[in-house]
Design a protein around this ligand. Structure first.
Ligand code: GLN
Length: 195
């Protein structure tokens, strides 16, 4: 069987780390900056970075509506941190009007931006992750948490009592950054779901 082609949204953020992680997880990974590139992928990773900037660039690059349409159509997607924020149906603390983070309506959830940030900007913690053998070393950087999940959303991991990894069908999101550790289990979970 041939490897799935996974795009990494490459407007801003830690694109390179996701490309490397996806390749190690067995995918053909390509960058996505144009609607034609988006149309060619079997699944998409939305990286960590800054969700407000990415939202602005999605509009500038004429990708916002095509991306919403592909997600509505069931394209598998994985978002880490800023990517989790964008995959939500609703964003709390989305930013100032006109420059706010824009929800892509992939996963039925409300995500609060910079939720941990008020207490502690960045931290690392070993957390249990449903479906993976053994804990994941989770790196949180100005991370969001999930405040509400819809009935079809599974919570896979929590930190400080809040959901920080969720799945709805073939859409996956983590508030932390597995792409910056050498552990490829989360990327494999996503890549294997595309087979
Ligand atoms: N705080 C960032 C945002 O709002 C997310 C941080 C990250 O991706 N590391 O998009």
């Amino acid at each position: 069987m041939s490897s799935p082609t996974v795009g990494v949204l490459a407007l801003q953020g830690d694109t390179r780390e996701h490309l490397a992680a996806l390749r190690e997880a067995g995918a053909d990974a390509i960058t996505v900056r144009r609607p034609a590139e988006l149309a060619a992928v079997d699944g998409l990773v939305i990286p960590g970075g800054e969700s407000t900037t990415m939202s602005h660039l999605l509009r500038e690059f004429d990708l916002l509506e095509p991306l919403r349409a592909r997600l509505a159509d069931g394209m598998p997607a994985y978002g880490s941190c800023a990517g989790m924020i964008l995959l939500a149906t609703e964003i709390a603390d989305a930013g100032v009007p006109g420059r706010a983070a824009l929800p892509l309506h992939g996963i039925d959830m409300t995500v609060r931006r910079n939720a941990f940030g008020r207490q502690v900007d960045s931290f690392e913690e070993d957390i249990e992750f449903t479906g993976l053998d053994g804990p994941v070393h989770a790196v949180f950087i100005r991370a969001p948490w999930v405040e509400r999940v819809g009935p079809d959303v599974e919570v896979l991991a929590r930190a400080a009592g809040h959901p920080v990894a969720v799945r709805q069908g073939r859409m996956l999101a983590t508030a932390f950054h597995p792409e910056v550790t050498g552990d490829r289990r989360v990327h494999k979970l996503f890549v294997n779901s595309l087979a």
